[in-house]
Design a protein around this ligand. Structure first.
Ligand code: PLP
Ligand code: COI
Length: 366
């Protein structure tokens, strides 16, 4: 697809860009350009364009500001050993954005248009793809409803945008501690848990704050029906490693995000002969199994987090018939990443960075 390129009036000078690329904080620094495309019922998706990144002008009655009709994606561009830039599985993100659009009553963008938009921005800002290990250009496509109308109904006009941010590791330490919230849930059957919509994150922030107040780095949500099955974390899926080397992650039941990293690790694990299982994880059994040494590793997985080892899970001592239960599940010594976790992490990073054969056609050249 051909898009218009509107010249940037004052791109970041190279020396300044190099300094910014070295910072590596997640989501604080942005590349020079953005991609924009409009939708209305008459023209469909139209006027795709690359231009200098700048603030939006939005009518204060824009639907997104009131009823949260917004969806987004997260993906990464990597620099290979030979300097070529590839994007990891953009078609999968395009398909998930389309699924999120259906759930949020928004117009689907054809996957080919989505991938062309990503290509256009990454090509334009390829100098913003960092080289350092653990670093990449994080891409954030999103779609908002901007009809100026206060009635509650799906909008007619939408804006699709892609911005890019050079990033390093999401967590600055080797293992993270995770708080199991029992006060808040993230998603219910029939709700929006499987969609990547801003509202899911807004509703989870208070639980994330609860985790911080318990000196944890992330929050883990349980299912909203029975309250004792592991779902996912605030911004990542979760996996556990048993003593026998098998790896288990909760099944996709409609309330958790269909993580592309989760899917990639299931495949890479099977490729290396690991027993990768999708089955329900009961939180009480998990705390017991960790204490008994039957579950020996845990990790978070997602685009931003890649594979992030978990040192321990923590929860309240409980009340009533739960009083006195275990409040900590410690994996290994609680501070050292486990061997299966690190093997999976290496396999993922190697394919993302172009250091091994791309058996599944996941690296998309731009
Ligand atoms: N779960 C949630 C809530 C997320 O925000 C993310 C991140 O995108 C994931 C899981 C992992 O998904 P992916 O691996 O596609 O990035
Ligand atoms: C991602 O990994 O892309 C996410 O959306 C999660 C968030 C922590 C940035």
């Amino acid at each position: 697809e051909k898009f218009k390129h509107i010249p940037h009036p004052n791109p970041t000078p190279e020396a300044e860009r190099r300094k910014l690329l070295a910072e590596g904080n997640f989501g604080k620094v942005f590349s020079d350009h953005m991609f924009l495309m409009d939708y209305d019922p008459e023209k469909g998706w139209h006027d795709g364009r690359l231009e200098a990144r700048r603030p939006f002008a939005l009518d204060p009655a824009s639907l997104v500001l009131h009823y949260g009709q917004e969806i987004f994606e997260g993906m990464k561009a990597f620099k290979g050993p030979d300097g070529t830039v590839t994007v990891f599985r953009p078609e999968a993100n395009g398909q998930r954005l389309a699924a999120s659009a259906r759930r949020l009553a928004m117009p689907e963008m054809p996957v080919e248009t989505f991938v062309s938009a990503i290509d256009a921005l990454v090509q334009k800002d390829s100098a913003w793809v960092p080289e350092a290990e653990g670093h990449s250009l994080y891409l954030r496509p999103f779609m908002i409803a901007h009809d100026a109308f206060l009635g509650v109904k799906p909008a007619e006009r939408y804006l699709f945008a892609v911005i890019a941010s050079p990033v390093g590791n999401y967590f600055a330490k080797p293992t993270v501690d995770v708080w199991v919230t029992e006060r808040y849930t993230r998603a219910a059957p029939g709700g929006t848990g499987e969609a990547k919509c801003g509202g899911n994150y807004a509703g989870g922030l208070v639980a994330q704050r609860e985790a911080y107040s318990q000196k944890c780095d992330q929050v883990l949500f349980l299912d909203s029906t029975q309250g004792h099955f592991v779902e996912e974390m605030g911004g990542m899926n979760v996996m556990f490693v048993r003593k026998d080397g098998s790896v288990v992650t909760p099944p996709l039941d409609g309330t958790i995000l269909r993580g592309i990293t989760r899917n990639s690790l299931l495949t890479l694990g099977r490729d290396m002969g690991l027993n990768m299982r999708e089955e329900p994880v009961d939180i009480n059994e998990l705390f017991e199994a960790a204490a008994a040494g039957d579950v020996v590793e845990a990790f978070a997985c997602g685009t931003a987090a890649a594979v992030s080892p978990i040192g321990r899970l923590k929860r309240t001592p409980g009340e009533g018939d739960k009083a006195g239960r275990r409040t900590e599940a410690v994996f290994g010594d609680g501070a050292t990443p486990g061997p299966v976790t690190m093997k999976l992490k290496k396999a993922l990073l190697d394919v993302q960075r172009g250091r091994v054969e791309d058996k599944h056609g996941w690296r998309h050249s731009i």
